[in-house]
Write a protein of this length. Structure first.
Length: 262
């Protein structure tokens, strides 16, 4: 089998942060000899998350077994996810924003199919997916990423289930969202929507919608930031692992921006 070197578009901050977590975990467990040291395990996990390299590819590149590569990735993801801020913790920073942007991200999953997994079938894109709720600031930077829900979950339902609407309202954070959040109430603002057979939107309502769209478009950068982690381009893992992967990526993104709470 051939192996090849591959660059990872991340700084050494992420590598060092993850390597420290792995090293601390090994010291706690009094772990003995392993095929890869903490730094190599961190590099392997980052290659999986950022570049989307499969365990078989990683195994060849790092000269370990595919099962070992998978186990190393799983351990690293769990260590990162355990340090991810909760919504309540993230609200400490979100409460200081001039306004926030709320959006939903559908992330495709190829490990699902058939009627048994109908809950994960997203009707609009017509494929199986998970639903993640994303809160961004006015510059489109990630402020919080929710755990995963089935792709068929409506955005407003997902936001309510995670307690996002109540959290933003309790802190008085003005929040802009798309039409999928109509009826959210609180401090969430959505564009005007024509309801048949009501008359067309007025000129003022259309102007408000254009201004709203310009603001909300900045939130699309947060979703785009998530998709730079190639593992999220098309998840090929069990959906039960999706929440941990999202949390791990969020922690690494904060680390890249030097905003990690630790």
């Amino acid at each position: 089998m051939l192996s090849y070197p591959s660059a990872i578009s991340l700084s050494t901050r992420s590598l060092n942060h993850l390597a420290d977590l792995v090293r601390d975990r090994r010291n706690t467990l009094r772990s003995g000899w392993r095929r890869l040291d903490a730094g190599q395990q961190a590099l392997l996990a980052l290659a999986h998350l950022r570049n989307g390299d499969a365990p078989a590819q990683l195994a060849a590149g790092f000269t370990v077994g595919a099962t070992t590569a998978w186990r190393y990735v799983r351990e690293a993801v769990d260590l990162l996810a355990a340090t991810a801020p909760t919504l309540a913790q993230a609200m400490a920073g979100i409460a200081r924003l001039a306004y926030a942007i709320l959006d939903g991200a559908l992330i495709r999953n190829d490990r699902l199919g058939g009627t048994a997994n109908r809950r994960y079938y997203a009707g609009k894109p017509r494929h199986h997916a998970i639903n993640a709720q994303v809160i961004a600031d006015c510059a489109g930077r990630l402020k919080w990423v929710s755990p995963a829900l089935p792709g068929s979950t409506h955005d407003l339902t997902a936001a309510r289930e995670h307690g996002i609407i109540d959290a933003l309202t309790d802190k008085g954070v003005m929040t802009f969202a798309d039409k999928g959040y109509q009826g959210a109430g609180g401090t969430v603002r959505t564009p005007h929507k024509r309801h048949h057979p009501r008359p067309p939107l007025s000129r003022n309502q259309k102007a408000v919608n254009r201004s709203h769209a310009r603001i909300r478009a900045l939130g699309e950068r947060a979703n785009a930031t998530l998709k730079t982690w190639k593992i999220l381009a098309r998840l090929r893992c069990c959906v039960q692992r999706a929440s941990a992967i999202l949390a791990a990526i969020f922690v690494l993104q904060l680390t890249e921006e030097q905003r990690h709470p630790g």
